[in-house]
Design a binder for this molecule. Sequence first.
Ligand SMILES: Cc1ncc(COP(=O)(O)O)c(C=O)c1O
Length: 394
Amino acid sequence: MTKKIKAPIKQDTRLVTSGRDPQAFHGFVNPPVYHASTLLYPTAEDQVAHRARYSYGRRGTPTSEALENALRELDGEACAGVALLPSGLAAISAALLATAGAGDHILVTDSVYRPTRNFCNGVFKRLGVETTYYDPLIGAGIAKLFTTNTRVVFVEAPGSQSFEMQDIPAIAKVAHEKGAIVLMDNTWATPLFFRAFEKGVDMQIQAGTKYIGGHSDIMFGCVSANAATLTRLKDTVYTMGLCVGPDDMYLAQRGLRTLGVRLARHYQSGMQIARWLEQRPEVLRVMHPALERDPGHAIWKRDFTGACGLFSIVLKPTSEKSVHAFLNELSLFGLGYSWGGFESLAILFDCAEYRTATTWAPGGPTVRFHIGLENPEDLIADLERGFSALAASK
Ligand SMILES: Cc1ncc(COP(=O)(O)O)c(C=O)c1O
């Protein structure tokens, strides 16, 4: 038996200890990677009685169990269990399929990650689930959007391009009064910076491709559920045959060990660069809820304990050619979607293309940055060169 940890411990200690049982694996620090489908029973009697700790690779191995345990421990007491999925989007669709079905109505924030919207407008519509998008700033005003068949409220704070902050406790209070379940995409803050279950969320989704993996090299997602929603979640995931490759599960668990130190650095460097950008003459506005001037700052300060490295800026109106010149000049920022890895990224985006409940008119071109683990002074120098290229291209 592995030594029992004497509680209470802090979250960064838990990142190191969670899901580990060295004595179950000959004393080795990490769990082994089980590449497994078939399981052999010792006798016919055992097979007929299904007498074995595991039954089939898809239904769980020591590798998946270790990762599930680690993630559950990080979420704390209110989390009853975790389902592992092959991507963040698979985690979103599995959580939605577990909680709504034909004839149901769901409420989804207009700031939601775009592929979540595609799932609702495509698969869910086809299955007879009706979606209403709502203003992310609606707060308790969401009450007026409920109908007799509203089963789910989907929240995401902040929006991963537009960075509106949502009043999740207020929304969850109304949802629960109306008998609905609250699903949250908590990829931006992770359970380290936003304690979803303590704020009223029933199911928390994370794209493990981002900070859990942390190295831009795995496909993984997870859903944590409270006791009221866990059975539906597990049934849905098992019935659909969803599971994760063993190497990606192992890397996700390894990522957890350094999540705290990486996030602290992403937070610190992100703030330094966001503050620097606030002073730049080319920048109209920085969308980062941890900045005092951000409209979502009060909610962030009340409900969150940190920020990751993802935020956006609005540039003062300028030509498309000059924005491209800015981005093309950057040598430390890769031009790529996704985020949460060790490297810095930048993308141009435009929410106006798909918003339906709100109007997106930021006042200039919008660029999203992911601030990686490079030295922030080098990143600032890179951005400075980008702004020079922008000026020269006018
Ligand atoms: C906020 C958010 N949620 C979910 C996802 C989906 O994750 P994945 O790419 O692993 O499917 C992403 C990916 O960019 C994201 O930004």
